[in-house]
Design a protein around this ligand. Structure first.
Ligand code: GBH
Length: 450
């Protein structure tokens, strides 16, 4: 049987980054260790009936204690990068106030261990695990005060570059030879300028948007327009303020007074603030106009405001494509290419990183571990999505810079608990959380070794 042209790392532009992704709450466990404070997800997971299999993430896959071993797994595959999140409540157990040094140390150690293996950290600041104290005391995300509007990346760059590299009165105490022996010999004619120039080049900021690709269910004009509205209410809602400075007009029209407005100053502040667009993409849905306002009557919420009904299949309730374990995850590889084109055309071809893409299998207690490791379906999923991504770069000219697999390991899938397995590595929940490579690990190894 003749197979389609093989793709591999070398097919992608030079410098394209491949990695795997994770989040603190789904991976770490150790929820009561080293001063970590409770989060809204701890409370939710421990409330009866919220999680499908009545599990919680108190132990999760124990990455808090096993990151060295897990980094080795990434290294074995030839991955360039690791996306993980910092648990806010490890740094600030009460949400604000005193810093918990043990939490800072943990992420320092994790980052150092990654760098030691040549794996670049991609750090998410917030992956849903809000400190419970902020929920209790301030109503969490409903309180406008929660919003950090002003980030200060560097305190007094002028001071630390001149004091540290010119006159040597502050760390690291380098200075002109004329000031010896009060400091260490540096080169005060060049070093202050080099030190001052570097910080500006460091750090790219993005947001990971979850985007289902929407296609019109029919070619009627109403469905076409509804499809645009559905996308405005999903991606546009979050990306347009950051790129264009305001919410999409469709949202302003339909949500009216209930939609908060940006002041001129806020709009100017957020507009243009993304260095890259992160996209978590898994699936494609089909949109139709909600002609009789069924959604409005049934739900009367932020979903029904779009006036579109979005379903994973086109006609009736008949699935047209294969599905993963998650009920929403239909496998539609061309969707990623269409989405990349859409972003390119609509938002001026910004740099994009696919911050998540992957599929899950059921955690079926009757499947032997040996069979669970045979994940041809996952291999095909990644091969097909990556082929389409490549076409969007090579043939359509979209500006995609990286691709992260969700996920390195099977892990705790939120309200689905441990019923879903998204990992390239299988985690044995019955035997000390041991990790075993699924066949997709070998596939990525070969793909990345090229
Ligand atoms: C990601 O979100 C998360 O970032 C990650 O933590 C998680 O483990 C991973 O996906 C796998 O689920 O009501 O049918 O319209 C993906 C989030 C899930 C958001 C599906 C949209 C649509 C469900 N997406 N959801 S539906």
């Amino acid at each position: 049987i003749c197979s389609a042209a093989q793709i591999n790392r070398a097919s992608f532009p030079k410098g394209f980054v491949f990695g795997t992704a994770s989040s603190a709450y789904q991976y770490e466990g150790a929820v009561k260790e080293d001063g970590r404070g409770p989060t809204v997800w701890d409370k939710f997971a421990h409330s009866f009936g919220k999680v499908l299999d009545f599990s919680n993430a108190d132990v999760a896959v124990d990455q808090y204690h096993r990151f060295d071993e897990d980094i080795q797994l990434m290294k074995d595959m030839g991955m360039d990068a690791y996306r993980f999140s910092i648990a806010w409540s490890r740094i600030f157990p009460n949400g604000t106030g005193e810093i918990n040094q043990a939490g800072v140390d943990h992420y320092n150690n994790l980052i150092n261990a990654l760098l030691a293996q040549g794996i670049q950290p991609y750090v998410t600041l917030y992956h849903w695990d809000l400190p419970q104290a902020l929920e209790d005391r301030y109503n969490g995300w409903l309180n406008p005060q929660i919003i950090v509007k002003h980030w200060i990346t560097f305190n007094e760059p002028h001071t630390f570059t001149t004091q540290g590299y010119d006159v040597g009165l502050q760390a690291p105490g380098r200075c002109s030879v004329f000031l010896l022996p009060f400091c260490r010999a540096g080169n005060s004619r060049t070093e202050p300028y080099v030190a001052a120039h570097n910080p500006k080049q460091r750090g790219a900021l993005g947001v990971a948007f979850d985007v289902i690709w929407y296609e019109p269910a029919t070619n009627s004009t109403d469905d076409l327009i509804a499809t645009q509205r559905a996308q405005d209410f999903q991606l546009g809602w979050f990306i347009e303020p950051l790129i264009l400075g305001s919410y999409p007009n469709t949202m302003i029209d339909r949500v009216g007074d209930r939609l908060p407005r940006f002041t001129k100053a806020e709009s100017a502040l957020v507009k243009g603030s993304l260095d890259f667009v992160g996209i978590n993409h898994y699936t494609t849905f089909y949109a139709r106009n909600d002609t009789s306002n069924i959604m409005g009557i049934l739900l009367n919420d932020a979903f029904s405001d779009s006036g579109a009904i979005t379903l994973p299949f086109k006609d009736g309730l008949k699935p047209t494509t294969d599905r993963a374990n998650s009920i929403w995850l239909y496998i539609v590889p061309h969707g990623i290419r269409s989405l990349m084109n859409y972003i390119k055309e609509k938002y001026g071809n910004p740099p994009v990183i696919i911050t998540e893409n992957g599929m899950d299998d059921a955690n079926n207690p009757f499947t032997s571990q040996k069979d669970a490791l045979k994940d041809e379906k996952r291999i095909k999923y990644h091969n097909d999505y990556l082929s389409n991504l490549l076409a969007s770069i090579k043939e359509d000219g979209s500006n995609v810079k990286g691709y992260f697999v969700w996920s390195l390991l099977d892990n705790w899938e939120w309200a689905a608990g441990f019923t879903s397995r998204f990992g390239l590595y299988f985690v044995d929940y019955n035997d000390k959380l041991k990790r075993y490579p699924k066949d997709s690990v070998q596939w990525f190894k070969t793909f990345l070794a090229s």
